[in-house]
Ligand binder design. Structure first.
Ligand code: ZN
Ligand code: ZN
Length: 134
C-alpha cells in the first residue's frame, strides 16, 4: 500500500496496487501548471482512494488536473483510459519507483537539457505511458 499527500496534508491518498515507472512529461501544460516539468507514475483509477477535497482543473477536452486548493500541490492528471496519473513528488517514501523516460521532449523548456540517458520521445509514447509495474 503506497501513500501520498499534498504539501499541507489536506489531501491524502492510498494506492492499493501496482504503479507504473515514473515518466517525466515536458509538455507545455505540465510546465505551465507545475513551474517545471512533471514526473508522474500511474495506477488503475479504482485502486486509488482519496481523502480530502481535490480541486479539478479541466486542462483540455479530455483531461483534468487535480490539485489542493489550500496549498496548491498538484497531485493527479486524469485523462482517458483506466489509469490515473499521480505526480511522483507527492508520494511518501520509499516509493519503490524509478524515473524511466521522458515524453513531449519537443515541448521542453529552453532553459534545461535532458541528459540522463533515459529514453526520450518528442510527443506522447504509449510504450512508456501505458506500461504498468509488475
Ligand atoms: Zn494541501
Ligand atoms: Zn505533460
Amino acid at each position: 500500500m503506497t501513500k501520498g499527500s499534498c504539501l499541507c496534508g489536506a489531501i491524502e491518498y492510498h494506492v492499493s496496487g501496482p504503479m507504473r515507472p515514473v515518466i517525466a512529461c515536458h509538455c507545455n501544460q505540465c510546465r505551465k501548471s507545475s513551474g517545471h516539468h512533471v514526473a508522474a507514475t500511474s495506477a488503475k483509477r479504482e485502486l486509488i482512494s482519496i481523502k480530502g477535497n481535490v480541486t479539478w482543473y479541466q486542462s483540455s477536452d479530455t483531461a483534468r488536473r487535480g490539485f489542493c486548493g489550500v496549498c496548491g500541490s498538484q497531485l493527479f492528471w486524469d485523462g482517458p483510459g483506466s489509469h490515473m496519473s499521480i505526480f511522483a513528488g507527492t508520494l511518501d517514501e520509499p516509493t519503490g519507483l524509478k524515473l524511466s523516460g521522458h515524453i513531449f521532449c519537443a515541448d521542453k523548456g529552453d532553459y534545461y537539457d535532458i541528459e540522463d540517458g533515459l529514453p526520450k520521445a518528442d510527443q506522447d509514447h504509449p510504450d512508456m505511458t501505458t506500461q504498468v509495474a509488475p
